[in-house]
Design a protein around this ligand. Structure first.
Ligand code: SF4
Ligand code: SF4
Length: 93
């Protein structure tokens, strides 16, 4: 007579919030030295546009986008660019 309660094993949380993903990748984002990154974005310390979406307050001129050189872009398998102007990878699909 065995009592076998079906307790799940190894069911860790694999859900990560968007905010957590942004926070995790902030230090790896290379927007700061990008020629399109301007004083408005710097003042608001805005980064990781590929995930968070375009800047809500700043406007930009396209002067080049260094995203394809970014470790976040490469690790995530992203394909787009100019996230600060056009919106996140998901929004551009
Ligand atoms: S891909 Fe672009 S926006 Fe996203 S973290 Fe890298 S540099 Fe920043
Ligand atoms: S998203 Fe691309 S264009 Fe915009 S600041 Fe970052 S690297 Fe530059």
């Amino acid at each position: 007579m065995s009592d076998d309660p079906d307790t799940g094993t190894g069911a860790g949380s694999c859900m990560q919030s968007k905010e957590d993903t942004i926070a995790e990748n902030r230090a790896r984002c290379i927007c700061n030295p990008c020629p399109s990154y301007n004083e408005c974005m710097r003042a608001a310390d805005e980064r990781v546009f590929c995930i968070r979406g375009k800047s809500p307050t700043c406007t930009f001129d396209k002067k080049g986008c260094t995203c394809p050189n970014c470790p976040v872009w490469q690790a995530m398998g992203f394909k787009k660019s100019y996230y600060c102007i056009r919106g996140s990878e998901l929004e551009q699909k």
